[in-house]
Design a protein. Structure first.
Length: 246
C-alpha cells in the first residue's frame, strides 16, 4: 500500500517509518519524533516541517516545542506542559526531578496529590498541600488514588489531554472557579452555587452546570462541535481540516 502526504486518518497525517510501520502524527509527537532533526517518515517530511530553531521554544523542563503550540488551549505534549504557564498562571508545578540531578520535572495536575507512590519530586512537592483541613473549600476524588483530596489553585481549569489527565475523577470541581478569566467558558450554578466553568468543558458532554448549559451545542460538521452561542458571532471556531473532534 502506498501512502502520500494527502493520506489522513482522523485528521492526522500518516507516516511510513523505516521499520515499515504506519504512524499518525499524534503517535510521532508522543514518541518525541516531531521536530527532532531526524526525518522519521519515508513518505513525507511533515514531521520536520516548521521546526526551525527560530520557531521553537524551550519549556522549563528543557523540552523544545514549536512556539505556536504554547498556550493555544490544546495539549500538544502528552503531559500538557505546553499549556502549563499561561497568562501569568501556572497549572501543575515544576520541581527538581527525584531521580535525575539538574533535571527540572513538570508535574501536571493529575500527578499531584496522587499518593507517595506517585511522587516524582525530590522534595516531595507534588504530594505537599494535599491534606484536607478546616480551611479547605473544595475537595474531590483523585482520579488515580481515589482518595479525597483538596482542589488546589494550580489544578483548577487546567487544559487536559483526555479524561485520564484530569485531576478530579468524580466531578469536575477542578474545572470550576477559574482564576484565569481567559479560561472561563461560562458562568452558571454548580451544585446550587454560582461559579465559573472552564472553556474545556464546553461541548465536552459531561454535565457540570446544574442546567447543563455548557453542553447546549451544535455540530456544523462531522469534526466540529460548537456551543450555540458561538454560532454566527463573526469568529470562525471550526477548522475541520486541522482539529478533529476528540
Amino acid at each position: 500500500m502506498e501512502f502520500s502526504n494527502s493520506d489522513l486518518l482522523c485528521g492526522n497525517y500518516l507516516c511510513k517509518t523505516d521499520f515499515n510501520s504506519i504512524w499518525t502524527t499524534n503517535l510521532l509527537k508522543n514518541n518525541d519524533s516531531l521536530c527532532n532533526d531526524i526525518p522519521d517518515c519515508s513518505n513525507t517530511d511533515l514531521d520536520e516541517t516548521g521546526c526551525s530553531k527560530t520557531n521553537m521554544t524551550e519549556l522549563k523542563s528543557g523540552k523544545k516545542v514549536p512556539s505556536g503550540t504554547i498556550c493555544d488551549d490544546i495539549c500538544d505534549e502528552i503531559n500538557c506542559e505546553d499549556e502549563a504557564s499561561c497568562n501569568g498562571f501556572t497549572y501543575g508545578l515544576y520541581c527538581d526531578h527525584e531521580a535525575y540531578e539538574e533535571k527540572v520535572n513538570y508535574r501536571q495536575p493529575t500527578g499531584l496529590c496522587g499518593g507517595e507512590n506517585r511522587t516524582f519530586c525530590r522534595e516531595k512537592e507534588d504530594s505537599a498541600s494535599c491534606t484536607i483541613t478546616s480551611e479547605t473549600k473544595t475537595t474531590c476524588k483523585h482520579r488515580y488514588s481515589k482518595e479525597t483530596v483538596p482542589v488546589l489553585d494550580i489544578t483548577r481549569c487546567a487544559a487536559f489531554f483526555k479524561d485520564w489527565s484530569r485531576y478530579c475523577g468524580d466531578f469536575a470541581w477542578d474545572q470550576t472557579n477559574c482564576s484565569d478569566s481567559a479560561r472561563v467558558g461560562v458562568s452558571c450554578l454548580v451544585k446550587g452555587y454560582m461559579s465559573t466553568v472552564s472553556k474545556y468543558m464546553i461541548c465536552y458532554g459531561e454535565k457540570t452546570c446544574d442546567d447543563n448549559i455548557e453542553n447546549n451545542c451544535l455540530n456544523p460538521s462531522k469534526t466540529c462541535s460548537i456551543h450555540k452561542h458561538r454560532m454566527c458571532d463573526g469568529d470562525p471556531d471550526c477548522d475541520s481540516a486541522l482539529i478533529p473532534l476528540l
